[in-house]
Design a protein around this ligand. Structure first.
Ligand SMILES: [Zn+2]
Length: 169
């Protein structure tokens, strides 16, 4: 899902997810993303909106302007993955991955997609219920759930049953 990495000297890096078709950035409390502690940022500084699968940024008439990749924008400007936005002394990196997140919940994976990702595991009749070796499970890098990777070759993709995160074994 689309997100912004917000960086400013002397403050910890912050990641915010874009989960609404219009988000505003600025110092005042009625913004979607409130950027405090940077006096060069206007109360209502910039707006990012999402139309037909694309994100755009617009300067809201800020005092110090909005730059995308070091260029001051004069009108509504399309945003591309990895673009660097500068407002005041704050740098914001835009990542579009997957577009707008419908909500905090990840997209569910259909059983067909899961089956395609994972070859059917061989049944082992008479195995006697021996615990699976550690080597055939991995932890989901996102939520930490144990994912069975028995019969899945290294480098293949698997889906986490709990959080639906897809990752490489
Ligand atoms: Zn997970």
């Amino acid at each position: 899902m689309a997100r912004l990495i917000v960086r400013r000297k002397g403050t910890p890096e912050q990641t915010v997810e874009i989960s609404s078709p219009v988000v505003t950035l600025g110092r005042s409390r009625d913004n979607t993303f409130i950027l405090r502690g940077d006096r060069k940022i206007s109360r209502r500084h910039a707006k990012i909106d999402y139309v037909d699968g694309k994100f755009y940024i617009t300067d809201m008439g800020s005092a110090n302007g909005t730059s995308v990749n070091e260029r001051l924008i004069r009108s509504r400007t399309p945003l591309r993955d990895g673009d660097k936005i500068n407002i005041g002394d704050t740098e914001i990196i835009f990542f579009s991955d997957g577009g707008l997140s419908p909500a905090a919940e990840p997209e569910p994976i259909s059983p067909e997609e899961l089956a395609a990702m994972r070859p059917p595991s061989r049944s082992r009749p008479g195995a006697g219920g021996t615990a699976t070796a550690d080597a055939s499970t991995v932890k989901c890098p996102k939520c930490g759930a144990v994912v069975d990777v028995t019969d899945i070759p290294k480098g293949a993709k698997v889906g986490c049953a709990r959080c639906k995160h897809i990752f490489t074994v």
